[in-house]
Design a protein around this ligand. Structure first.
Ligand SMILES: [Zn+2]
Length: 480
């Protein structure tokens, strides 16, 4: 007999399951953390605990496939920065000054921010692992927040005066230690992943070692792929060494060549686009049409918390409108007007939910409201004193193009309510704020004591690439 029953009722159900589709007035029944039924029946009279959607939209929790959660206390810093500024300022200058506690606080606050916005799963691309304790605290932050996460241990080495890890192999050994720690955690909300160092920053033999380590552990990989125009993507080398596969989430891919897309297609690579970063930082347009034309799994991500919004509404909106603009441009180029739009709001919802679940290899567990799956369920809609979700005619349209995190009324992770009636449960927000601000102040103080965050004048990316990417051998075996 089920022990815990809960029903989310009285809402428009966007199940993202093609067999179930949409229910104008429906309910989702949850038993022991799993979805037991998705139905048009009114289940509010059952013996289950009731969460009233109050005419809002019931949908699966959002899945963010690439978030540098540790940067949460750097909010707004990079809002006018290019990719080169970001790389110099955050990756090379601020990150080495992060202590383990800073990473832990950033991760906990960032994961709670995600939950507050209805993002129930993140791939935490954790590339500020300065010591083993940094990894421990980062993981602890996710676990305490109660989010579903792939903790993607970062192999990148921030340039520290006295590095803890003195050899690349030590990082991989530490990743194996963390893998064992995650396996020993109760439940399976958090799983292990590996964030690869960008090819070019390290000798390619080390890249091979990273991929081998991930495959030995049987864990998902994530990597920044083809987002620097001045340098090749490295996919030729990946392909030549047999490293590509569907267990790699390729982030950005904005500067990928035709040949790169062939590699991605042949290997069934998973694509994560971060529209807000890509449009801002000069990476090129989000590769939505390219990924779809190649038949690849497409997902969305929030990326840098030092600049972007931490909610998927923003990424859906920017990605969708950018993809529409790309297609409309083709028509406009003939001095004609489009008669239809090529991507729909339901497409965007798919990228943000089931697409993300597929990218992370979790689509048998989450990503749609399907009986048997774990109950990551959210309700977006009217409530409180918000006005922007009143008078809705088209629920999917309103969610994608008009909602924001303040409209997320209820959030369940594996059936457990973490946000209810617009409020996160069990979170002391003033205390979290104090902790985050103290971390921010400490990191900035330590950094500024050594000089400015960015040099003046700033170097071009071409200069930076030559200095920082010495290991990208353009003429590598396998390249034509
Ligand atoms: Zn990134």
């Amino acid at each position: 007999m089920p022990r815990e029953r809960l029903v989310v009722t009285n809402g428009h159900v966007l199940s993202m399951d093609p067999a179930i589709g949409e229910l104008e007035r429906g309910s989702v029944l949850v038993e022991d953390g799993r979805i037991a039924a998705v139905t048009s029946e009114d289940l509010s009279g059952t013996d289950a605990e009731v969460l009233d959607a109050d005419g809002g939209v019931i949908l699966p929790g959002f899945v963010d496939t690439h978030r540098h959660t540790w940067q949460t206390a750097l909010r707004g810093l990079c809002a006018d920065w290019t990719l080169a500024d970001y790389f110099l300022g955050v990756r090379l200058t601020l990150s080495p000054r992060y202590g383990p506690g800073d990473v832990g606080t950033g991760n906990r606050a960032g994961a709670l921010e995600a939950l507050d916005a209805g993002v129930t799963t993140i791939l935490d691309f954790s590339h500020c692992v300065n010591t083993p304790e940094h990894a421990d605290r980062a993981l602890e932050g996710l676990v305490h927040a109660g989010i579903r996460a792939v903790f993607a241990y970062g192999c990148f080495a921030p340039p520290r005066a006295e590095p803890h890890f003195t050899a690349h192999a030590q990082r991989l050994e530490d990743a194996r230690r963390v893998h064992a720690d995650i396996a020993a955690l109760p439940g399976d909300l958090v799983t292990m992943g590996l964030s690869l160092t960008e090819p070019g920053l390290i000798p390619f033999a080390d890249t091979c070692a990273e991929v081998r380590a991930a495959r030995e552990l049987g864990v998902l990989m994530a990597t920044h792929t083809g987002c620097v125009w001045a340098q090749p993507s490295g996919l030729d080398q990946f392909a030549f060494h047999g490293l590509l596969g569907p267990d790699i989430v390729h982030v950005h891919c904005t500067a990928c060549t035709e040949r790169d897309w062939e590699h991605l297609k042949r290997s069934d690579g998973r694509i994560s686009t971060s529209p807000e970063t890509e449009l801002q930082m000069g990476m090129g347009r989000p590769p939505i049409r390219r990924a779809l034309d190649a038949g690849l799994v497409l997902s969305l991500s929030c990326d840098v918390m030092s600049s972007n919004s931490g909610d998927m509404f923003s990424q859906m909106r920017l990605g969708l409108q950018s993809a529409r603009a790309d297609d409309n441009d083709l028509v406009n180029a003939r001095r004609a007007d489009p008669t239809t739009l090529t991507h729909s709001v339901r497409d965007a919802l798919g990228w943000a939910t089931i697409g993300g679940a597929r990218a992370l290899g979790l689509d048998d567990r989450i990503g749609s409201l399907t009986p048997g799956k774990e109950a990551d369920v959210i309700v977006v809609g009217p409530g409180g004193d918000r006005l922007n979700m009143l008078g809705v005619v088209e629920p999917a349209g309103a969610v994608v193009q008009q909602a924001n995190a303040s409209n997320v009324r209820h959030v369940l992770v594996a059936g457990r309510p973490v946000k209810r009636d617009g409020r996160l449960l069990g979170v002391d927000v003033p205390a979290l704020r104090r902790e985050l601000e103290a971390s921010r102040d400490g990191v900035l103080e330590r950094t500024l004591a050594d000089g400015p965050i960015l040099p003046d004048p700033r170097p071009s990316f071409d200069d930076l690439a030559v200095a920082l990417l010495p290991n990208l051998d353009v003429g590598a075996p396998g390249a034509e």
